[in-house]
Ligand binder design. Structure first.
Ligand SMILES: C[S@@+](CC[C@H](N)C(=O)[O-])C[C@H]1O[C@@H](n2cnc3c(N)ncnc32)[C@H](O)[C@@H]1O
Length: 276
């Protein structure tokens, strides 16, 4: 495939351009992103705290780490080292800067996740991927590649925690002033949400297809929840909710779905990695 045919090139330029943008606290999206952060904090706290140490350390992999917006959450969860992958080199530079400022150790790899990860990335008991894989599920081939990369990077019984678009909601988005969805076909659409995402081509996959393809790569879906329902459930029991999050914007939160997948014991690690 020619580099210019690859939608990742356009997405990379989009995120490279925004790598050092500051969030406008007065914008209507600010509160929305605070709630996204609260959801990610809850997931990191829950799944990183139960994480076994290896060689006395807690190390995890973040696919689509972006500009390291979750660095502080990882620090609070007492993570020792984060390996971060992203297609945007400029975002990785910003992530490295933030990690350094927080005294958090990280390794950063510029990579298109539609291609196999290099085996030297290592194996982990946790892989996190937030708001990223919608750019990578372009077709059956790239979806399988992403899932295989996750499976190869996970130790037996390791967990992958991802937030991706909820296909049913994307197909029936309703009216919202906060975002727009321009449908291209059944699986792809241009998504715009304020300054953060401007007309990026994204791909959705049904829960059933994701669960089936993941199972072929040795990943068993153990929990899934639409993000608005997750927020609703956690809302009553979270002491920090008023400071960190809001139940406003349910129409946006329902666009996303949380998946937790467990790597099956006995699933063989692939050795035939594609060279890109
Ligand atoms: C919405 S941001 C999410 C960043 C971070 N996970 C967060 O939650 O703040 C999406 C990230 O996915 C990255 N991305 C998009 N397409 C990618 C691809 N094909 N391979 C690797 N990273 C990709 C972008 O560069 C961007 O940093």
């Amino acid at each position: 495939m020619l580099e210019t045919d690859n939608p990742a090139t356009t997405v990379k330029a989009h995120y490279d351009d925004r790598a050092t943008n500051k969030r406008d606290r007065d914008s209507p999206w600010y509160e929305l992103f605070r709630t996204h952060n609260w959801v990610k904090s809850a997931l990191i706290a829950e799944f990183a705290s139960s994480m076994p140490k290896k060689g006395g350390q807690k190390r995890l992999l973040d696919l689509g780490i972006g500009r390291g917006g979750d660095a502080l959450k990882y620090k609070h969860a007492k993570i020792d080292h984060v390996s971060g992958v992203d297609v945007s080199a400029m975002s990785l530079l910003e992530a490295a800067r933030r990690f350094l400022a927080l005294g958090l150790k990280g390794t950063f790899v510029a990579r298109d996740l539609q291609c196999a990860l290099p085996p030297k990335i290592g194996t982990f008991s946790r892989v996190f991927s937030f708001f990223t894989l919608q750019y990578c599920f372009r077709d059956l081939g790239t979806t399988r590649t992403v899932l295989k990369s996750i499976s190869d990077a996970l130790e037996p019984n390791g967990l992958c925690i991802m937030i991706i678009p909820d296909q049913s909601s994307i197909n029936d988005p309703g009216d919202s002033e906060l975002y727009s969805i321009e449908r291209v076909d059944e699986h792809s659409y241009y998504f715009t949400m304020g300054e953060a995402v401007q007309r990026c081509l994204e791909y959705s996959i049904s829960d059933a297809d994701l669960t089936r393809l993941a199972a072929e790569e040795g990943l068993q879906s153990t929990m899934t929840s639409r993000m608005d329902e997750f927020i609703q459930k956690r809302w009553e029991v979270c002491p920090l909710r008023k400071r960190m999050a809001s139940t406003a914007f349910p129409d946006v939160h329902r666009l996303y779905r949380i998946f937790v997948m467990r790597k099956r014991e006995g699933h063989l690690r692939s050795t035939d990695c594609t060279k890109v």
